[in-house]
Ligand binder design. Structure first.
Ligand SMILES: [Zn+2]
Length: 287
């Protein structure tokens, strides 16, 4: 594997797990999480609001899109976040491109709330990712996530603002940005209430990485360690990974190699089930 000359930096990255992450991943990346250093567990309080009939009323005024969210995501609009879906189209988490301060504020000010609602005569748990006036806005649109019609997102479509008036003559219009303001689901097995009230937030501060290829980056300071691993072992770590979610032998996509106390940590997404995965390579295996 040859490293190209491109070096990039990652900005602070905040991540919200809407569904529980797998235990292995959670354990592997725990030491990198700034949130656990900033908040004691009891300081992350997610309010659970039941019996607010106004909420169902607000939602009933919104337009329901015919398309699935994912279909729109690919053709009609872009998303401001890096979104993760499982293989059935359920949203499992998203990245927030917020500074550390903003992300802390997002958690501290309880923009994240859980409501119990009735909609079309069915009970749902609804999680918000912004303040109520932004979430329960009549112009927001409801998208189903898949054909099951048991999980939906409330989306605000924001027209692209053109900051460069001199380019107005261009005929190509940029698609609007979709901002997911809430998710509601009746699938207690995918989005357990217990988890929604104690969700995992993850924040990592910026690092500098070397871009090895389109799908592989390595933190600059551990690049020599990665390079010291025999080529076939490196290939095998990335291309023959046994995924803890789907149990298949898969490739780790969008892989980032980090340095950890006793070795390397590879992190990315399973190319079969799309779940986030991680694998720990101890130092004695490297040299
Ligand atoms: Zn998998």
């Amino acid at each position: 594997m040859k490293v190209t000359s491109y070096y990039g930096g990652y900005a602070d990255m905040g991540y919200v797990y809407i569904a529980p992450p797998n235990e292995k991943l959670d354990k592997d990346i725990a030491s990198r999480n700034e949130i656990t250093k900033l908040f004691k567990p009891e300081e992350i309080q997610i309010p659970y609001i039941t019996g607010d009939s106004q909420i169902s009323l607000f939602i009933s005024k919104m337009t329901i899109a015919e398309d699935k969210f994912f279909a729109g995501y690919q053709k009609a609009f872009e998303s401001e976040y890096g979104l993760d879906f499982d293989s059935h189209g359920y949203l499992t988490g998203f990245e927030l491109n917020l500074s550390k301060d903003k992300f802390v504020e997002f958690i501290r000010n309880q923009a994240y709330k859980t409501f119990h609602i009735e909609w079309h005569n069915k009970p749902y748990n609804l999680v918000t990712f912004d303040h109520p006036e932004q979430v329960f806005h009549s112009e927001n649109i409801i998208y189903k996530l898949n054909e099951q019609e048991d999980t939906f997102v409330i989306v605000q479509l924001e027209e692209y603002e053109n900051y460069y008036p001199q380019y107005y003559y261009t005929t190509k219009k940029k698609p609007p940005t979709a901002k997911i303001k809430a998710l509601f689901s009746s699938r207690e097995d995918i989005y357990p209430l217990e988890y929604l009230l104690k969700p995992k937030f993850h924040l990592e501060e910026s690092t500098t990485v070397a871009v090895i290829n389109n799908d592989l980056c390595c933190e600059l300071n551990v690049l020599p360690q990665w390079d010291s691993i025999p080529n076939e072992d490196r290939e095998s770590l990335i291309n023959h990974y046994v995924c803890e979610n789907c149990s298949e032998v898969v490739r780790i996509m969008e892989c980032i190699i980090h340095g950890v106390e006793d070795g390397l940590l590879l992190r990315g997404t399973c190319n079969s089930c799309n779940h986030r995965v991680s694998t720990h390579v101890p130092l004695n295996q490297i040299i």
